[in-house]
Design a protein around this ligand. Structure first.
Ligand code: AMP
Length: 212
């Protein structure tokens, strides 16, 4: 099965993907994580990419489609995968439809703007295992120590600041919102109330996936 998690920045796609991979055993493919890794490698291209991300813009679809094509053709993805942050435009959705080998199920994480802004501003993650936390809702059980791997260093994303969030939400409305309509028209589409807590969203996702 191919599961696409779609929704605005801060709607909890990455957090729920982390929960789902444990349950379903499918690889978690976050295009944001892939691009951040490439942009940290240094060189002119990487710098261009880092600028694009820090300005809250989408990177060109040609580039991201090439990356996705390579990853999806690997053995690891042969029995399905969980896409987080892709597709983000109609061009990408059509590209995925062409290369996908299985049925696509879409989970749409719907959340209010004030909720996502508060979540993004409080978000941080473990520098080692990348587990996501939140200052307001979801701190490590022992302060300063990652629950998952015990590491003691945490990082904030450079694009998780007020100015860039506004730009990312604008980009989402312009480019990604039409993808929601595209999937609604193609079936296999399920809405999730992403304003709820992480635990409540996980239960709703479970209920939906039992029906598909
Ligand atoms: P995310 O981690 O999903 O919030 O993505 C962080 C940033 O990476 C986005 O704001 C974009 O600049 C870039 N990005 C991630 N996925 C895509 C995509 N599918 N298409 C274009 N840009 C992307």
């Amino acid at each position: 099965m191919i599961i696409v998690l779609i929704g605005p920045p801060g709607s909890g796609k990455g957090t729920q993907a982390g929960i789902l991979v444990e349950k379903l055993g499918l690889p978690h493919l976050s295009t944001g994580d892939m691009l951040r890794k490439i942009s940290a490698q240094g060189g002119a291209e990487a710098e261009k990419l880092a600028r694009c991300i820090s300005e809250g813009k989408l990177v060109p679809s040609g580039l991201i489609n090439d990356i996705v094509r390579k990853v999806l053709s690997s053995n690891e993805c042969s029995s399905g995968y969980l896409l987080d942050g892709y597709p983000r435009s109609i061009v990408q959705a059509k590209f995925l439809a062409k290369i996908a080998q299985q049925d696509i199920k879409v989970l749409y994480f719907k959340a209010d703007e004030q909720v996502i802004i508060k979540r993004i501003l409080g978000r941080f993650s473990c520098k080692n295992c990348e587990k996501i936390y939140n200052e307001h809702y979801d701190k490590p059980k022992i302060e300063g120590v990652c629950d998952q791997c015990g590491h003691k260093e945490f990082v904030y994303r450079k694009d998780d600041n007020k100015e860039t969030i506004i730009k990312r939400i604008k980009e989402y409305k312009k480019s990604t919102y039409p993808v929601i309509k595209y999937y609604k028209d193609h079936g296999g589409f399920f809405g999730i109330d992403a304003n709820q807590s992480k635990e409540e969203v996980a239960l709703e996702v479970d209920r939906v996936l039992k029906r598909v």
